[in-house]
Design a binder for this molecule. Sequence first.
Ligand code: 3PG
Length: 213
Amino acid sequence: MPQNIEQIENIMCAAPVIPVLIVDNPKHAVPMAEALVRGGLPAIEITLRTGHALEAIDAVNEHVEGAIVGAGTVLNAEQYDAAVSAGARFIVSPGATEALLDAADEHSVPLLPGAATASEVMRLMERGYSRLKFFPAEQAGGAAYLKSLSSPLSAAKFCPTGGVGLANASDYLSLPNVLCVGGSWIADPQAIAGEDWPGIEARAKAAAGLVKT
Ligand code: 3PG
């Protein structure tokens, strides 16, 4: 089944940045998401990298008005099913496998799959996917590399993630094949563990003020 472009683009274009989050303590999920939404970043990605990620997704989905909570680091069909059951409104993966794409076909909750090379993008386009995560962005070649994909693979539009921060986000947001960026700099694990909600809100505001050009 081809990707529902409108559905995933609505999420990607909700703000210039999707915060990528590692939540160790489920009690932190709601105040963290509230700070992000107050700062102007409604679409947030809670990664399945901790034992409490699904609980965190459920709590944000239930209690944080205005949040569009997604699940990140979804690697297989079992995790896809679990994330959807927990209330995830979108699914992000660092790469893509046929099994994961088959799982996405079973759900109306959309997938944003990762790709880092022309061949990976082409394979995803063969499966009907043209809205992709470019991962790991800086390590794979950065904005210059991604720009070089924009002419031959002009139908593909990306959310670069990995090594992206306030200082280099605009390099990506100025590219014709970028819709938004993702990153952990707004709410990194230390800020979440330290319950630095004002700091998270301030960084979210700065990120929300970035302009897609
Ligand atoms: C991701 O999961 O998308 C990345 O690990 C986030 O990368 P960052 O921590 O460099 O922002």
